[in-house]
Structure formats: structure tokens, C-alpha cells
Design a protein around this ligand. Sequence first.
Ligand code: SF4
Ligand code: F3S
Ligand code: FES
Length: 254
Amino acid sequence: TTSYDAHFEVWRGDVDGGGLEDFTVQVNEGEVVLDIIHRLQATQAPDLAVRWNCKAGKCGSCSAEINGRPRLLCMTRMSVFARDETVTVTPLRAFPVVRDLVTDVGFNYQKAREVPAFVPPPDLGPGEYRMQQEDVGRSQEFRKCIECFLCQDTCHVVRDHEENKTAFAGPRFLMRVAELDMHPLDAASQQGLDRRTTAQDTHGLGYCNITKCCTEVCPEHIRITDNALIPLKERAADRKYDPLVWLGNKIRRR
Ligand code: SF4
Ligand code: F3S
Ligand code: FES
């Protein structure tokens, strides 16, 4: 038979606390975890709170943890679990819970606002921007980000250390800084904004010890650590410790 009954544990509660609730629920061939959550809403738990929009892995809304691992509910097939396995669904651990599986991800929007936007080159008009295809290609990968914040949730720097949140922007936004720093037309430094210095001083790049957990959970398979964070660390270190770069900056600022 293609249908079976699965055992689910779903976290129910709010800011005041909560716990896991047991469910036995039907699973049909080809379904994903979000289908099962919807079936629970339709049959056994009409007030179960879950955030979702696209059911296609593109909106980044349905982030939660399945068996303790950050995942998209709509992209996790039931076929990856054994039929007799208990599937545990809990809200993202690094962010405050609103209700049931819905968390307040406002931390991420705050961090987004702390990264200054692209600064257009002052001497070029619209239509005059030119970039090498290689440079376009490099940042293309980063723009695949769907802002699911699974990487933000999994990074141990904040996952287990609430106190680090003020000083650390997290992988998604350090990647944004890296993207802008690699942008050949970004003129931020001409306005006194050195993205490499702020990566360290404002966005907490030094907290990242390249464990790569962020890269492992990214549903867009962006190589966050290898292609954004490590290159940004190398560039930031050059700026700070390379005496010639340092001298060059001193002279240019006069
Ligand atoms: Fe999600 Fe990947 Fe973007 Fe992080 S980098 S928010 S894991 S899509
Ligand atoms: Fe965190 Fe990713 Fe760095 S998980 S420590 S941001 S490599
Ligand atoms: Fe949009 Fe899952 S519902 S990514």
C-alpha cells in the first residue's frame, strides 16, 4: 500500500512555554512534511500555527526543525524517513517562538538593515555600468538566497549563545557584505565605508570559525563558507595586517 500511518511529535506552545504533542497521521506517497502539517490542521489540530507560502522551496517561509535539523517543511519528503520512525517537528531554535511552529525572525531583518546598500559609482550614469561576466557570475550564487534563515538558525555562534546576537550578523548577512565587497562597481569605500573593516567591527566576522554548518543546511546549496565567508576573511585580514595595504590606505586618505 502507498499510504501508511506515521507517528509525529509536534511542538505546541507560545512564549510562556509548551511541549511536544503526539499525533498519528496518514501519509500518502509523494508527500512532504508540510502536507502532513496541513493534514493535522485539517483533521486533528485546526489551530496549529505554521508559516508557509509557496510550497515550492522558494519563499523561505516554512523553515522549522525536523528531528532537530533546520529544514524547509515543504522540501522535506516523507520518503526520507523510515515508516516506523517518529518525526519530530519543532520551531527554529535560535529565534523567539510566536506560537507552535512560527518564530519571530525579526533578528534577521534587523541585521539586514545594518548592512549599507550598494553605493553606485558617482562618475557613471545609468546605462554606463560595465562589469566582467566573471564578476557577475561570482555574486549570482549569493543572489539565489531565499532568506529562509536556516543558516542563521544553525550557526552555533548564535544558536547556543543568545548574547552574541548583537555583535554577529550571521552567515546570511556576512555573505551579503562579501557580495557587496566583491562588487567591482560598489563605491562604498569612496564614501569612507570600508566593507572589510565593518565586516569585522560591525558584523562580527571574527566570530565565524568556519564550521560550515550554515553551508550544510542551505536549501539553495550556496557555498556560503567557501565562496563568501572565507574570501571575506582573507580580504579583511589583508586590509588589517598587510603593511603595504595599510600604508596605501594611509596615503590615500591624506
Ligand atoms: Fe537560506 Fe541559504 Fe539564504 Fe541562508 S543563505 S538564508 S540557508 S537560502
Ligand atoms: Fe557559523 Fe557558518 Fe561560520 S555556521 S561559524 S557562519 S561557517
Ligand atoms: Fe515557501 Fe516552503 S512554503 S519555501
